[in-house]
Design a protein around this ligand. Structure first.
Ligand SMILES: Cc1ncc(COP(=O)(O)O)c(C=O)c1O
Length: 404
């Protein structure tokens, strides 16, 4: 007899209901990291400079070159970039900003973090972008700015937005979290307004795990963002200080810095960006082709002369009779191994924090609500293999047939 019962005890088995394994697994998004990124991280780890170093500077330079931006400032999220942009533009209590109802909560939080108030505007049905025709009606004498989001990578018609902003003397911040690679009239998004803000969260066009970038044409915006991302300290790099501790704090800042490890990954990702974008485009076009003939689906506009989408994903919208079955359709796709997502679960003004702050009717923001309730975002990223697109199309057809 042994006293060590652990060695004689049979392994614990947890019964799970038998579920057939899907023939393949296609995640909604997957960070595309390979030996180059791993090597770059090890390189940084072998040095002693983990912040305020050459990788961040090189990543900023590479991003500026790619987008055509005169200035790029790396930070640790898109939310941080937007917050810095609004802080520089002087947003504060008593001010209002026009914010699209159909977006990630970060777009609105960046305004609220400054103590200002969001005035939400509904989406247009064709693209999910802010309905420009409704912006002027939402402007009051307290409005200081317009926040636009290039929804799922599709550029907003910035020329129309800028015309309104000029008429009312308003600042414009572009949320480009899903729009790296998107252009309007050949110019990269993010350079139309006062600042453009990008995200490098893992499933974005490129990743640094967490990270963001602010681009701008305006040197003052870049200078101020660079100071405020590091506590408002005027001399951040120790080497720039005439003697140790020789620095001052010129404004109220945050710790929004990007670190060297993240920047090293970002730099490698930039070298692969063209390939990533080409794959997204090819996958999205092939998916659109295969899904266009399905009567139960509407496909938002994604192509068109002046507007070049960054193709973050392909959001299909279920026509009304099928909308109630969205959860079942998504479950069915999941069982087939197709990863899907929802952009976004609810219009921002319908989220509890905003609903309590700005009480409004449940049926407000009808277009944004329609996207939130009826759309399913399908993967188009560079992680898809060539057979995956056909498999996704067949899976969508089967999933719809299964709920009819
Ligand atoms: C439109 C939009 N803006 C901002 C963000 C927030 O980005 P980050 O996580 O880099 O702050 C997201 C996140 O997905 C987003 O979809």
């Amino acid at each position: 007899m042994t006293s060590d019962t652990a060695t004689t005890r049979p392994p614990l088995e947890i019964a799970s209901p038998a579920r057939p394994k899907p023939p393949r697994t296609i995640p909604f998004g997957r960070p595309m990291l390979d030996a180059d990124e791993r090597y770059a991280v090890l390189e940084v780890l072998s040095r002693s400079t983990l912040t305020h170093g050459p990788e961040v500077e090189a990543f900023e330079a590479s991003f500026a070159r790619y987008t055509g931006a005169p200035h790029a400032v790396a930070v640790n999220s898109c939310t941080a970039a937007m917050h810095l942009a609004w802080l520089h533009l002087g947003l504060g209590p008593g001010d209002e900003v026009i914010v699209p109802a159909l977006t990630h909560v970060a777009t609105a939080h960046a305004v609220e973090l400054c103590g200002a108030q969001c005035v939400f505007v509904d989406a247009e049905p064709a693209t999910g972008n802010i309905d420009i025709d409704r912006i002027e009606a939402a402007i009051t004498d307290r409005t200081r700015g317009i926040s636009v989001v290039h929804f799922l990578g599709m550029p907003v018609d910035m020329l129309r937005v800028l015309a309104i902003a000029r008429r009312h003397d308003l600042a414009v911040v572009e949320d480009c979290a899903l729009a790296l690679g998107a252009t309007l009239d050949g110019q990269h998004v993010g350079l139309f307004g006062d600042a453009g803000c990008f995200s490098f969260y893992p499933v974005k066009h490129i990743t640094t795990a967490e990270g963001g970038m602010l681009i701008t044409n305006r040197p003052a915006v870049a200078r101020d963002a660079a100071t405020r991302r590091a506590f408002g300290i005027d001399r951040n790099v120790v080497a720039e200080r005439p003697s140790p501790g020789d620095y001052d704090v010129t404004c109220l800042g945050h710790n929004y810095r990007m670190n060297e490890i993240a920047a090293a990954i970002g730099l490698k990702q930039m070298q692969r960006l063209d390939g990533f974008l080409a794959a997204r485009r090819a996958n999205a076009l092939a998916l659109e082709d295969g899904l266009r003939t399905i009567d139960e689906l509407e496909l938002p506009d994604s192509t068109g002369g002046r507007f070049c989408s960054a193709r973050y994903c392909l959001a299909v919208v279920l026509r009304v009779p099928l909308a109630a079955a969205r959860r079942n359709i998504m479950d069915s796709l999941k069982q087939r191994g197709v990863g899907v997502s929802v952009y976004y679960p609810r219009p921002v003004p319908h989220l509890r924090y905003y609903r309590q702050k700005y009480p409004m009717a449940d049926n407000s923001f009808a277009v944004a609500s329609g996207f939130c309730a009826r759309s399913i975002a399908l993967p188009v990223g560079p992680h898809l293999r060539s057979e995956d697109v056909g498999y996704i199309i067949a899976s969508v057809k089967e999933a719809i047939a299964s709920v009819k």
